[in-house]
Each structure stands twice: as structure tokens, then as C-alpha cells.
Unconditional design. Structure first.
Length: 433
């Protein structure tokens, strides 16, 4: 019995989902851990079985080059496609990994079609697994693609440490994936003529409207706050209540402010949360002296985020007055709205029409590697549905049928990009009228 390309993709997707699998159906593959290494080894094996050259750059991005252009005086320029294989703690098996595996299988199909003379390509195709897109272990997120695109400093990112004090450099060396930008298997960024990424939506829109595809035209404005609440360590039993300076009490006030702020703006215009909390000394019989928090503010309108941020800082002063603690907040990881080239959006719409599929234009509230790459090359961001909009948790789900539809659409988009469909396109794009 002959295995179809669709069956081969699904078999590989579900195989990779067993790496770092959790009991509740998710995966645990944080960046530069042994489970992340195992998925990377799987990626390399897939490429090497097909004779594709692989390479790893100086921030751990993993590349596989599919040679499509015959002859020439040197390596051809390239079209990049991919996503990420790392996960959040107890994350979902679709987020990121789907885009990498979809790109690998699209590349295999395109290579066969070029070899059989069905299509021609102006460029080679490179599939990439970006390092530390999730940022769960090493903040900030979208690290590997941002370094590659020139938005973050590589040496600075290599020094970032996780909560255990392990640096990015040491973690990558530990799993054997700290490479070099001089690796011949790493395409120079100035040779990249376009980038395409497909991803689960992580929202409800496509499922709610019964659509198989979404063409992303822009991303929300994002800013994070690095917050320290500083008190004094003391005995939970012996210290009088009036003499306590409990940083965790102050942090509780801060956390509730991130919930309250959304009520001060029109519904669904602002989202906010505290995504990480570190408590010190975190002992059962010690009043805590320090709490570190990472707060997140996102909206389509940058002014909403700026107004929310200013309100939060004013409220932090009130927390200080009420509790006698010190609240220190620093801005970091500020990302402006990004707009994808309209030509890439229209390309997705043409592909969908040719396949008889419905598609809609939409925004991404989450960050993706394509947001960073769009600053360096014309980029395409494609969405497929997410069940109940759930993501970054173990019950994240997308059907096999929707995944296969996405792989087919991605393949068609890449065929046209390899033929020059986005040559000379301006990037980043401009806001819609």
C-alpha cells in the first residue's frame, strides 16, 4: 500500500508529539533541554535522509537546505520556511512544531516536483527550527529569529540565564546545538528572499466562522514590565503583623491590577496578565523578601498599551504607600505593530481560491518568528484553526484534516515564492487604510 504525502506528514507529526509527551496529551520541550535536543535530532535525521545540508548558527537556530537551483557560480539565494520545536512548560503539541513539520513535508514535496520537472525554482528552499521562540525558559521570547534578523544582540542573548542560573550559551553547548554563523549550512540573512510560516491560530476566530485558513496581515502592539516587589525577610511565627514587610502581599496587589486594567478599556481591546512569578526565599516559615513578576500588556492600538502602562505605574506607587514596600518596574520586550506585505496576504488568498477554500484576513495577538523575520525579508504568516482557541496548555488541539489543509496551502505558497512571487516586495508592510 502506497503512503500518501498526507499520511506521511500525519505519521511524522504524531511521532514528534511523543517526544516529551505529558500524561494529559501535551508536551514538555523547553528550549535547550534534552527533549528539545531530541526533536532537533529528529529534524536533522529527516533532512539527512534526503541528502539536505544542515547547519546551526551562533544562537542555536537549526537549518536544512533543500537544493532546487541547478548550476550557478555559488549557493543560490533562498526562501525560508519554518517555525519552532520548543514548547512552554506542559505546553501543547501543535504550537510551533506543526509549522516546522509542515515546512519539512512541503519541502520534500517541492523537491520531488522540481526533480520531476513539474515546476521550476529561482531559489533554494531552507527549512528552519528557530531557537527559543517560546521564551519560557529564557526570556525574551522569539529569541533565535530576532537575533538572526538583527533585532537582538547575539552575545547578550547568550548570557541570558534561566531560573536555575544556566545561561543560553551553556544550555546550547550542553545539548550540542551551539553552532556558528560561519557554518556553511547557515544561510546569510542577506540571501533570504522571503519567509513563510504556518501556525495554529491560538484563538477562536477561524473555528467560530468555520474557516480552514487565515491570512495574517498584522500583529498587536506588545509590551512587558519586569517588576520587583521588595520587602524584608522575617519569621512567619515570631514577627508581629505590624512589623512585617511581606513582598508577596505587595505582589498580590500588583497581580490584581493586571486584571483590573482590562476593565478600564472597551471589551477585548486590551489583554494583560502576569505570566511568571518568582518568590524569595520561598520558605514555609519565612515572610518573603522579594517577588519578581513579568507582566504583559497587549492591544492593537499602541496608545491603549501606553495608557495602561502609565496607569499601572501610578497604581504601583499606591501599593507602595499602602504596604510600605518598594515596587520597581522596568519596561522591556516592547514590540510595535507589524504589518505583513499585502502581496503576501493576497498570495494566500489566491492559493485558497485555487483550492476552493475560504480564507479571511486577520491579526495575530501572539508573537511569532514571522514577526521578527518580516523586518528582514518579505514574510507570510498563515493560520489554521485551534479548537476552542486554546493554546499553551495540554488540551491544545487542531484536527488532522485542518493540519493537512494547511500543509497543502503552505506548499502552494512556497511554490509561488520560489518562483519569485514576492520579489521586490516592500517590508515590513504598511497599515491598511
Amino acid at each position: 500500500m502506497t503512503t500518501t504525502p498526507e499520511d506521511a506528514f500525519l505519521s511524522d507529526f504524531h511521532e514528534v508529539a511523543t517526544i516529551g509527551a505529558t500524561d494529559a496529551g501535551g508536551v514538555e520541550r523547553q528550549a535547550a533541554t534534552p527533549m528539545d535536543m531530541e526533536t532537533r535530532n529528529w529534524f536533522k535525521a529527516f533532512a539527512q535522509e534526503r541528502g539536505w545540508e544542515t547547519g546551526v548558527d551562533g544562537i542555536g537556530n537549526l537549518f536544512a537546505r533543500v537544493p532546487l537551483v541547478a548550476g550557478g557560480d555559488g549557493p543560490a539565494d533562498v526562501i525560508l520556511a519554518g517555525s519552532h520545536l520548543d514548547s512552554q512548560p506542559k505546553g501543547g503539541r501543535f504550537d510551533g512544531a506543526y509549522g516546522v513539520i509542515a515546512a519539512l513535508h512541503a519541502a520534500a514535496q517541492i523537491e520531488r516536483r522540481v526533480r520531476d520537472g513539474e515546476i521550476a525554482a529561482k531559489y533554494d528552499l531552507v527549512v528552519v527550527d528557530w531557537f527559543n521562540e517560546e521564551g519560557g525558559r529564557f526570556p525574551p521570547s522569539i529569541m533565535g529569529s530576532s537575533v538572526y534578523a538583527g533585532l537582538m544582540d547575539r552575545d547578550q542573548m547568550l548570557q541570558v540565564k534561566d531560573l536555575e542560573g544556566v545561561s543560553v550559551r551553556d544550555a546550547l553547548e550542553g545539548i550540542g546545538y551551539l553552532g556558528s554563523d560561519e557554518d556553511p549550512g547557515v544561510p546569510r540573512v542577506d540571501t533570504v528572499r522571503g519567509y513563510a510560516e504556518i501556525h495554529i491560530e491560538q484563538g477562536r476566530i477561524l473555528e467560530r466562522e468555520g474557516l480552514p485558513l487565515g491570512a495574517v496581515d498584522s500583529s498587536w502592539y506588545t509590551q512587558k514590565l519586569d517588576i520587583e516587589v521588595l520587602g524584608e525577610q522575617s519569621h512567619t511565627g515570631a514577627t508581629a503583623m505590624a512589623d512585617r514587610h511581606d513582598a508577596l502581599v505587595g505582589a498580590s496587589h500588583v497581580i490584581l491590577l493586571f486584571q483590573e486594567i482590562c476593565e478600564r478599556f472597551p471589551e477585548e481591546t486590551l489583554v494583560s496578565s502576569v505570566g511568571q512569578v518568582t518568590v524569595e526565599p520561598n520558605s514555609p516559615i519565612v515572610v518573603n523578601s522579594r517577588v519578581h513578576l513579568v507582566g504583559d500588556l497587549r492591544a492593537n492600538d499602541p496608545q491603549i498599551v501606553k495608557d495602561a502602562r502609565d496607569w499601572m505605574l501610578d497604581e504601583f506607587k499606591k501599593v507602595e504607600e499602602k504596604t510600605g514596600l518598594k515596587v520597581v518596574a522596568r519596561d522591556f520586550d516592547i514590540r510595535p505593530n507589524r504589518y505583513y506585505p499585502i502581496e503576501g496576504v493576497e498570495l494566500q488568498e489566491k492559493v485558497a481560491a485555487d483550492r476552493g477554500l475560504d480564507i479571511r484576513r486577520m491579526q495575530t495577538m501572539a508573537g511569532h518568528d514571522s514577526v521578527a523575520m518580516n523586518t528582514a525579508t518579505p514574510s507570510v504568516m498563515m493560520f489554521i484553526p485551534s479548537f476552542e482557541g486554546v493554546s499553551h496548555c495540554e488540551r491544545e488541539f487542531t484536527s488532522d484534516e485542518d493540519m493537512v489543509t494547511g500543509v497543502q496551502a503552505l506548499t502552494d505558497v512556497l511554490v509561488r515564492m520560489l518562483d519569485g512571487a514576492l520579489d521586490d516586495v516592500a517590508y515590513p508592510g504598511t497599515p491598511p487604510a
